[in-house]
Design a protein around this ligand. Sequence first.
Ligand code: BGC
Length: 772
Amino acid sequence: MKQYLKVDEWSIIEESFDPMTQEISESVFSLGNGYMGGRANFEEKYSGHSLQGSYVAGVYYPDKTRVGWWKNGYPEYFAKVLNSTNWIGIDIDIEGTPLDLAACTVTDFRRVLNMQEGYLSRSFTATLEDGKTVKVESIRFVSMTRREIGAIRYSVTPLNFSGTITVTPYLDGDVKNKDSNYDEKFWNEVEKNVESGSGYVTLKTKKLDFHVTTAMVYDIHVAGNKLDVEAETVDREKYVANIVKVPVKENEQLVIYKYAASVTSRNYGLGQLVEAAKEALQSAREAGFVALLAEQADAWKEKWKESDIIIEGDPSAQQGIRFNIFQLNQTYTGEDDRLNIGPKGFTGEKYGGSTYWDTEAYCVPFYLSTADSSIARNLLIYRYKHLEKAKENARKLGFTKGALYPMVTMNGEECHNEWEITFEEIHRNGAIAYAIYDYVNYTGDKAYLGQYGLEVLAEISRFWEERVHYVAHKDKYVMLGVTGPNEYENNVNNNWYTNRIAAWTMEYTLEALDYLRQNEQSRYAELVEKLNLQDSETDKWADIIAKMYYPADEEKGIFLQQDGFLDKQIIPVKELAPENLPLNQKWSWDRILRSCYIKQADVLQGLYFLSDRYDLETKKRNFDFYEPITVHESSLSPCIHSILASELGYKEKAYEMYLRTSRLDLDNYNNDTEDGCHTTSMAGTWMSIVHGFGGLRVQNDRLILKPSNPGHWTSYSFKVMFRGSRLQITVTDQSVTVTNETETPAALTIFDKEYTVSGLSTVSAQNVPVTI
Ligand code: BGC
């Protein structure tokens, strides 16, 4: 772990150029606007190690599955987020020598991700082999207000010579995915055009026929005056460029403003793409770079108004949480219910950019509290729309009824192909059910159950019903051959978490049915008919709920992660020599599977989800047993541990886990940030403050707060939207203050006392430390 980024409360700052950390920085400094985004690649040529990445949300490729040993039930393809046309490119040539940071001396390098206003800037001085020195400054953003638009201001100033600088703005669709299974390129050219001053390329994917048109225009200024110059045009396969030769005097600044638009067949008819791109570009260029940048700052101001967290007295923690919130808001904005949140967002290819259980288990709570409830609802509807595919998936695996949602998907079809995950990591179904509960409980929108929720719940319950079986000698239902959230165990019997979330799903399904029977009789009758729901099924669910088998150790007073867990040699992680870690890079898979070490919260994930069903003593015993043998090698792990540690009053542990989750990518804890950022776990970071330190829950239509101060902070404050109100909650060692920023009153409980915070007013309570 090398900490090379400067701590700053609103920005991520890199102050020198190191080719060794270039790919990490490309991930960390990524930009996105929910519609498109990309890694922080350089505009000018760079011949060093780099992962080129420009992505357009929802445009993917079904890459034919590649496995050594095919197993029945494997999907045909793995969906991949597509590296698309590189729109940022501007080659710079200085009197015959290309500007390339891998081939010159770089000084005064500074790269800044301005999170407050949503742009990336870079400046440096480069001295070429022949001694010519130039100063370069660039600003780039993808617009939050004009989703299809990206803009760049790039300047070059010769510091010790006068001469010709050749500027080549280009669009390059001849790009590859690093993770292509068969080293194929995924795009074909449809059409292109290039003239002096503009150009476009339209590409289509080799499968699925996604069309993307990327167009560019630019303006060049020298010493403040706009240049009117005829460019030489270049075109080759999937590539268009303009070559502009500009005579520049020593210390005169050459500036190019490049605007690009990317439009896709997801939103336009094929015949409209070029026109749509041109229109978007024309209006952006007319507005001009300065106005676009101001729009961007305003849009981010609004985002921060809803989702900022302020930490006083700990700049590193402050930077961590803002980075996480920034990345989440860049990745998913919720207007398009066909989209979801890939584990790496727009920051890399890994995990295919597809949807995982991460969305329901980690991201839904963030969007529920920091955005209009329609956004979280869209995430739920995404799964509702995939229900038929989830039913097909269950049939494909041999189930006669019910739905098994995929572990990884783009369009509802499973596309993951490791048996222990695809076939066994079925707990994901539970998270999808849990998100429905979470949404309804948080928003009070019970109508959702009749509209969409119940169908999903019933089909998931049917799956669980068939997946468990009754064993007479135990008089219990058991579930064999699963992988729990802890992927460092496969094919285990009776994973406590999976059994628990399965029984819970059935409980909640029965509760939802009951609610509809009593409150929406005609919808209830329609749904019973549509689902062909039989009493024998609901009776069976009730029986399974009553007789589900939960492995436990009475003496230790803990739930067992799975049958036989205590037969393992239990040695705390802290007793392992450091060179063993991370296990997934140092140990054989076989050794990992046999060991007691846990990748991520498993039993503890259940205790977090079903928090109100377990007392503090039970949580404490399980935490004390499992946390010391957890290696947190999934980015989704530290946040859940931080939340539980806060609840248990383990301040140091909660803080340690918080830092680990919030600075995971900034400090490259897991040594893999070059692949992209851990975007979905960033929602977990937010949870570790709001649900962890803030102790926020929603029960019986009230917001419950049991805040604690982790001990390293003078104060912290966070915002939550709750049923029409927006509240700012500030916690110090002494007090908890809630300010209602809207006119809608909010009902809440702070520690055990009930309050109503009227519109535009504030209440305060004394802080009470947790004691067990
Ligand atoms: C975790 C999974 C998670 C996936 C994508 C894996 O390392 O074990 O729980 O869904 O990453 O984030």
